[in-house]
Design a protein around this ligand. Structure first.
Ligand code: SAM
Length: 376
């Protein structure tokens, strides 16, 4: 394998030379013998900031590939007592060993194991799962490895089932009925969190989102793990619900169950998806810590994007309702001239933009008030 040295954040790492893995003129990381995706720098940049706040004792990067993620966590985020890097691909291990050594790390443990079997043998206060596609195969083992009050992080790149395009795949991988809805970008994240809560309950554990977001073609979430059958039951009872959207008038709401429900506004049958998580997507204190911390990372290449995302999330995190997609709502209501989003926000008063969609708004105001503000 021919290698190339690249700089990401504050580290230098060797990756498979991208010029050897071109498809139709573009680098295709999936073709390389060890995976390195430059499009995931934003994901890693934000994760470094999160790790710098968490200050874990043991960092586990269970699906390491080149090791870039775990190495960045250690060098830029937090010098933990131990860094564990793992990948089942032997070619990845050679690269991880080189990259760890070149970055002067001497307390890393490197494993060439199946992540699931490794995770059942270790305990950590920070476990990172960054898989190809769905994180579902690693949920149980990663929750098992994460101690009480520890944090588990997941990336999910399989948006097609989560956003309702692949209905049968969503059923299989997330145990949820799904369909494409106006606010599917948020619904997908909530289905994923719902699945993780239900799986955690098997181990008499539960999870609460600290910080979660949608970007490009993936979801990224950081979840605090708590122990106890009672807490697991409580989280399920309070936060696992269904969600209904009216195909006719665009009204939407969380629902207690999946029985056929009529739209309370126009009487049509709601389209129902779920089960999914209906609770807060952010811990406000944690987001406040990110807000206080991220400016220290002004060297990262995605700094302005990080800043934009954090500011959007600060604005939207106080609303419990799923965002309304103004274009979809206008089309359902046959409003031909949609007012500028800023005008709708000003009309509502208590509302914000959302990072999920540029044409979306978050508000806990009634549906009727939103419609009224769209008609002005
Ligand atoms: N975390 C890396 C980063 O930020 O660049 C990318 C990880 S890549 C998307 C997924 C990695 O998981 C691949 O290197 C693959 O070899 C590894 N992998 C897939 N299934 C695995 C398993 N069951 N056990 C261990 N490694 C696995």
């Amino acid at each position: 394998m021919r290698l190339k040295e690249v700089i990401e954040g504050k580290i230098r790492i060797f990756i498979p030379d991208p010029s050897e893995y071109m498809r139709e003129g573009n680098f295709d990381p999936a073709w390389a013998p060890v995976f390195y995706n430059p499009k995931m720098v934003f994901n890693r940049d934000l994760s470094v900031i999160v790790v710098s706040i968490l200050k874990p004792k043991i960092i586990v990067d269970a699906l390491s590939a080149t090791g870039v993620r775990g190495i960045r966590y250690y060098i830029e985020g937090w010098r933990s007592e131990q860094l564990i890097l793992n990948d089942k691909n032997p070619k990845a291990i050679t690269l991880i060993e080189t990259n760890v050594k070149n970055n002067g790390i001497d307390n890393a443990k490197i494993y060439n194991r199946d992540a699931n079997s490794l995770l059942y043998e270790i305990k950590s206060d920070y476990v990172d799962i960054d898989p190809f596609g769905s994180p579902s195969p690693f949920i149980l083992s990663s929750i098992s490895a994460t101690i009480r009050n520890g944090v588990v992080a997941f990336t999910a790149t399989d948006l097609s089932p989560l956003e309702g395009s692949s209905v049968t795949s969503c059923r299989r991988k997330y145990d949820a009925i799904n369909q494409k809805l106006s606010s599917s970008k948020e619904i997908g994240l909530r289905i994923l969190i719902g699945k993780i809560i239900k799986e955690s309950a098997i181990l008499e554990k539960t999870v609460y989102p600290l910080f979660s977001f949608y970007a490009d073609y993936y979801y990224r979430l950081f979840l605090k793990v708590e122990s106890g059958a009672r807490k697991a039951d409580q989280n399920i009872n309070i936060n696992i619900k269904y969600f209904g959207e009216c195909p006719r008038c665009g009204f939407h709401s969380f629902l207690e169950d999946k029985c056929d429900a009529k739209c309370p506004r126009c009487g049509s049958n709601l389209v129902i998806v779920g089960p999914l998580y209906s609770g807060p997507l952010y811990d406000t204190d944690f987001v406040e810590s990110i807000l206080q911390t991220y400016t220290r990372f002004n060297y990262i290449s995605s700094f302005s994007r990080v800043q934009k995302l954090i500011n959007l999330i600060v604005g939207e995190m106080r609303y419990r309702n799923v965002y309304y997609n103004l274009s979809k709502l206008a089309s359902k209501l046959k409003i031909s001239a949609i007012p500028p989003i800023q005008a709708v926000l000003e009309c509502l008063g208590d509302a914000s933009r959302t990072h999920f969609a540029s044409n979306g708004i978050k508000t806990d105001k009634e549906y009727e008030e939103i419609v009224e503000c769209m008609r002005v």
